[in-house]
Write a protein that binds this ligand. Structure first.
Ligand code: ADP
Ligand code: 6PG
Length: 195
């Protein structure tokens, strides 16, 4: 297997990140992190009150997650992270940490980054209606379904040159897992052939 990387399972609240991420980590035998477990108390309180998070709320949370991913991949460990990562900038922070925050990267943006986490992104995408219905049925979670509209408004779906696949949440879970596993196998084979 090639250089360790992080498999990011992303999407709006209720798209299945935690469910799919847990299954993938178990299938792959990789460490699993759920970004929800790393929100500071203020962020959870804000969301519980039905107030969407903003960049200021999310940036320190994402920088912390970057540090965790970097530590693991530097130690030779592949990881799976379930994280909303709704904007391109948020995914850049997961890769490059605070250097990816616009006002801080200035000139350094073009330099080779020795501390970059290689990411492969699985975007779970679906309609507002299907996901909202799933959120209404989900019990015991701090995130109110009313925040789903703001999640869709914030979402910047991954696009080239990001390394990603998009999978519909309409699919059954075993099918989603199989698609990701096949994609990882193809990537692994092509890296092997290039080496
Ligand atoms: N592909 C799927 N098909 C049917 N139900 C799903 C699927 N993925 C997730 N779910 C269900 O949808 C709800 C939201 O999933 P969850 O993993 O909590 O989403 P997220 O972590 O993105 O908020 C859960 O009740 C979960 O069991
Ligand atoms: O960036 C955000 O606004 C949050 O991370 C949000 O996207 C996330 O969805 C909540 O933490 C709720 O958790 P669930 O995604 O598990 O519903």
């Amino acid at each position: 297997m090639g250089k360790p990387y992080a498999l990011l399972v992303m999407g709006v609240s209720g798209s299945g990140k935690s469910t799919v991420g847990t299954l993938l980590a178990s299938e792959l035998g990789w460490k699993f992190y759920d970004a929800d477990d790393y929100h500071p108390e203020e962020n959870r309180r804000k969301m519980s009150k039905g107030i969407p998070l903003n960049d200021q709320d999310r940036i320190p949370w994402l920088c912390n997650l970057h540090d965790i991913l970097l530590r693991d991949v530097a130690a030779g460990q592949h990881v799976v992270l379930a994280c909303s990562a709704l904007k391109k900038m948020y995914r850049d922070i997961l890769k490059r940490g605070v250097d990816a925050v616009p006002q801080k990267c200035d000139e350094s943006g073009k330099e080779e980054k020795p501390h970059e986490v290689k990411l492969f992104v699985v975007h779970l995408s679906g309609s507002f209606e299907i996901i909202f219905e799933r959120l209404l049925k989900r019990k015991g979670h701090f995130m109110p379904p009313e925040l789903l509209q703001s999640q869709f408004s914030t979402l910047e779906a991954p696009s080239a040159p990001e390394n990603f696949i998009e999978i519909s949440v309409d699919r059954e879970l075993p099918e989603i897992i199989a698609i990701v596993m096949q994609t990882l196998q193809v990537q692994c084979d092509s890296e092997h052939n290039e080496a």
